[in-house]
Design a protein around this ligand. Structure first.
Ligand code: AMP
Ligand code: MG
Length: 414
């Protein structure tokens, strides 16, 4: 019996080891219009108050609230966009538009819907206003100097709008990690090619490039590498020079042409080379010149599940995220599940939420590590602990939610 020289560590220890060796990338300054999805690398304060002047919140008439007269003479109009010169006095009103500065003297605005015309140049109020009605005071939304966005915030639509509001056109963010993705294997051909006997199409490069992009990284297609030591070396060396992280597939098992581990061991430090998990036992993590190298096993499901479990949190950390993990949910399994109890297993599953709030899961059929179809449509990795072989229907297990959970249709939803 030949044993791998690499100790088999737990999934938790593997993730922890990786996170100890990856760091947020050096921040860069970018235009705010390019900043969607980036993580802020600075705190941002509002330079000015918002609104910067007392403004009408509605279309209507600016008045003095304490003035008891039900009819007011309209002395002019105040549009949005400039400061006016009109002053409201007892018995008068100024027609104002939404967003217009409140005219001098006025302390309330009566909505146009609560007024009616009275003669040629007056209006009648149908409500008695109180001071402040329909007026947005200076600084109601933002005070000058107020912290509006904190370091670590993920910039979404609202945050981009806020940056525009306060005139912050450039922001410091963590860059997206550039990840060189390459596949190894003499049996592989490109997707457009017709495989000859003994060959198969390379799928990992495409699933992993997509997974990198989905995780917010910049995927760099580093190609398909034959199982020759010089080719592996050449590809990895160029990747290490140009990328923030390297992601390989294949060539980490016990075969004679599994060249990735020997190369990494000679050139850098392998932090682990086996994990007590199925799929993905031979998943390998190394650093070379400080660059993290994630070596995925070749079986398509092993590669993608290993990416999900080990690589995605690392890429998120490099991109400045502090929330690194998928949501975890206790679920009730809809059918009995058996597995080999020697390792923890991540089975691909569909989790659904029921009207009564329960979450249930069923697996996606045959769970072989070559069967990519077992991941198609799956929204969860169902965690089957080691040491237990059978899980009866109705058992509760943990699921890692990798895509949104659907609600079970109820008649009312149709
Ligand atoms: P390996 O990890 O290189 O021993 O490969 C394990 C299995 O995964 C073999 O059956 C390979 O043919 C298959 N495989 C390796 N790389 C890929 C790939 N890029 N796309 C699809 N299958 C692959
Ligand atoms: Mg191979």
């Amino acid at each position: 019996m030949r044993e791998s020289p690499y100790p088999m560590i737990s999934v938790e220890a593997a993730i922890e080891t990786i996170l100890q060796h990856v760091r947020p990338l050096t921040p860069v300054t970018i235009n705010f219009t390019d900043a969607l999805g980036f993580v802020l690398a600075e705190d941002i304060d509002a330079s000015e108050a918002m609104p910067p002047f007392a403004a009408s919140a509605v279309d209507g008439y600016a008045v003095i609230a304490a003035d008891p007269s039900p009819v007011r003479r309209v002395i002019g109009a105040q549009p949005a966009g400039s400061m006016g010169t009109l002053t409201v006095t007892p018995g008068s009103a100024v027609h104002v538009m939404t967003g217009a500065p409140l005219p001098a003297g006025a302390d309330a605005v009566v909505m146009i819907e609560h007024t009616s015309p009275e003669g040629d140049s007056s209006i009648r109020l149908h409500v008695q206003p109180a001071a402040g009605d329909n007026v947005r005071p200076i600084g109601q939304d933002l005070a000058a100097g107020q912290r509006v966005l904190s370091h670590g915030t993920v910039l979404g639509a609202a945050e981009i709008g806020l940056l525009a509001t306060i005139g912050r056109t450039h922001v410091s963010v963590y860059p997206r990690p550039r990840v060189a993705v390459l596949s190894t294997g003499d049996e592989l051909v490109d997707p457009h090619e017709q495989p000859r006997p003994g060959q198969i199409r390379d799928s990992n490069r495409y699933s992993l490039l997509s997974a990198v992009r989905e995780a917010g990284g910049q995927p760099l297609d580093w190609g398909r590498i034959p199982d020759r030591a010089e080719a592996v070396q050449e590809a990895l060396e160029s990747a290490l020079r140009q990328a923030d992280a390297v992601l390989t597939s294949g060539g980490v098992s016990m075969g004679e042409l599994d060249l990735i581990k020997p190369y990494l061991a000679a050139r850098g430090t392998i932090h682990f080379g086996r994990v007590r998990a199925r799929p993905g036992k031979p998943v390998t993590f190394a650093t070379v010149d400080g660059i993290p190298v994630f070596a995925m096993p070749g079986f398509p499901v092993s590669a993608l599940v290993s990416f999900e479990v080990y690589v995605r949190p690392a890429l998120l950390k490099m991109a400045g995220h502090t929330h690194l993990y998928r949501p975890r949910q206790r679920v009730i399994i809809e059918h009995a599940i058996r597995h080999e109890p020697d390792r923890v297993e991540f089975q691909r599953a569909v989790v659904r939420r029921h009207p009564d709030g329960r979450y249930t899961a069923h697996t996606t059929g045959y769970q072989g590590s070559g069967r990519l179809l077992s991941m198609v449509g799956a929204n969860a990795l169902l965690v089957l602990p080691a040491e237990q072989e059978t899980f009866p229907a109705g058992s509760e297990l943990e699921a890692w939610l990798i895509a949104p959970v659907r609600d079970v249709e109820t008649p009312a939803n149709n």
